[in-house]
Design a protein around this ligand. Structure first.
Ligand code: MG
Length: 313
C-alpha cells in the first residue's frame, strides 16, 4: 500500500525530528530523508510531498495526516492505493486466532479517577471460553456485565495492571509528560512485565493511540522497551488479548472510581462534561482546592471552569 500526502513546513520540521533515529543512510533524489521502521518506508521530499509505503502505511500515515490537519487547519487529501479496502479494518483471523499479549487503557477521558493500563495474556485455547463469556463484544458491555464476567476472566488468564493515581498523574503532567507519553510508558511497563515471564506468544498487540514512530519516540528514556508490537486500531474487536486488557482495566477503574466516590462522600460522574464541573465545585466547597489534586486530572479544562465558578460566587 502507498499513501501520499502533502505537508506544510511546520509538519516537515516535526517529521524530521521524529524520524531522526530511523533515517536510512541513502536518500533518494529531491528527498529530505527516507526512513524505515518495520514494514513502512517513509520518504519526505523537499516539495513537501510525503510518501508512506508498506503494508502498515495507513497506520503509519494516520498520525501525520492528523498533524498536518492541525498545523494547516485544512483537511488533508491523500492519495492511497487500496486504502478503501484496508479501511474496513477487517478482523485478521491470523491475529484473532493466536496466542497473544494485548494492552489497553481506561480513564484517559475522565476528569475524575486514575488511568488504568492492563496487559493481558490470552492463549489460543482460551478463545472459545472468552467468547462464551461475551468478551468478544467488550465495547458493548455494561459496567454491570463487566463486574460479573471479569472475575471469571482473571481466574483463567494472566494479566498485569498498572494504576496511575491522580496525584502521580498531576505530578508527571507538571514535569512535562503529556497524556500520550504517559500512556506509552504505562503500556510498555505492563507489556514488558508480562513479556518478562517468558510466556510463549505469537503477537504483542497494542490498541493504537499514537502512531508507531511517535509511540517509540515517547519511550526514548525508558528501559525494557518492548519493540515487537503489532499496533491495531479498534483492537478490542481484533484481538481478545486487547479485549481482555480493556475489560480488566475497566473493572479496576470502576472499583477505584467507586472507592474515590465513597471516600469523598460525593458521587463522582464519569467523563468531562458539565456535571463533572458541578461535582468539582462541590468537592472544593467540602474539602478545599487541594483535594482536586488527589481525585482529578488537573490539566483538563474542567479545572479552570471549576475554579472560575468558585471565584464568581
Ligand atoms: Mg484503547
Amino acid at each position: 500500500m502507498t499513501i501520499t500526502l502533502k505537508v506544510s513546513d511546520k509538519t516537515k520540521e516535526q517529521m524530521l525530528e521524529f524520524f531522526e533515529d530511523f533515517k536510512r543512510d541513502k536518500t533518494p533524489a529531491y528527498a529530505i530523508f527516507q526512513a524505515q521502521d518495520g514494514d513502512t518506508v517513509v520518504t519526505l521530499y523537499e516539495s513537501g510531498k510525503c510518501v508512506f509505503q508498506g503494508k502498515d502505511a495507513d497506520l503509519a500515515s494516520e498520525f501525520w495526516i492528523a498533524t498536518e490537519k492541525l498545523n494547516s487547519g485544512n483537511a488533508v487529501t491523500t492519495n492511497s492505493e487500496d486504502k478503501k479496502k484496508e479501511d474496513k479494518q477487517k478482523i485478521d483471523p491470523k491475529l484473532y486466532n493466536s496466542t497473544s499479549i494485548g494492552s489497553d487503557e481506561v480513564g484517559t477521558g475522565d476528569y475524575f479517577g486514575p488511568i488504568v493500563v492492563t496487559a493481558a495474556y490470552v492463549k489460543l485455547e482460551d478463545i472459545s471460553f472468552l467468547e462464551s463469556l461475551g468478551v468478544k463484544d467488550s465495547k458493548k458491555l455494561t459496567d454491570e456485565k463487566i463486574l460479573e464476567i471479569v472475575p471469571k476472566v482473571t481466574e483463567r488468564i494472566k494479566y498485569h495492571t498498572i494504576i496511575l493515581n491522580n496525584k502521580d498523574y498531576n505530578e508527571k503532567y507538571h514535569q512535562g509528560f503529556n497524556m500520550n507519553k504517559l500512556k506509552a510508558i504505562l503500556h510498555n511497563k505492563a507489556l514488558s512485565t508480562l513479556k518478562n515471564e517468558n510466556l510463549p506468544y505469537d503477537y504483542i498487540v497494542v490498541d493504537q493511540f499514537a502512531e508507531k514512530f511517535v509511540y517509540f519516540n515517547y519511550l526514548k528514556e525508558s528501559t525494557n522497551v518492548v519493540r515487537d508490537i503489532t499496533f491495531v486500531t479498534k483492537g478490542e474487536d481484533k484481538s481478545l488479548a486487547v479485549a481482555c486488557a480493556s475489560i480488566i482495566s475497566r473493572y479496576i477503574f470502576i472499583k477505584e472510581f467507586s472507592k474515590l466516590s465513597k471516600d469523598l462522600g460525593i458521587l463522582l460522574p464519569k467523563g468531562a462534561g458539565p456535571t463533572v464541573d458541578a461535582t468539582g465545585v462541590k468537592i472544593i466547597e467540602k474539602y478545599g482546592i487541594g483535594k482536586l489534586n488527589e481525585v482529578a486530572k488537573l490539566n483538563f479544562k474542567n479545572t479552570d471552569k471549576i475554579l472560575n465558578y468558585n471565584k464568581g460566587t
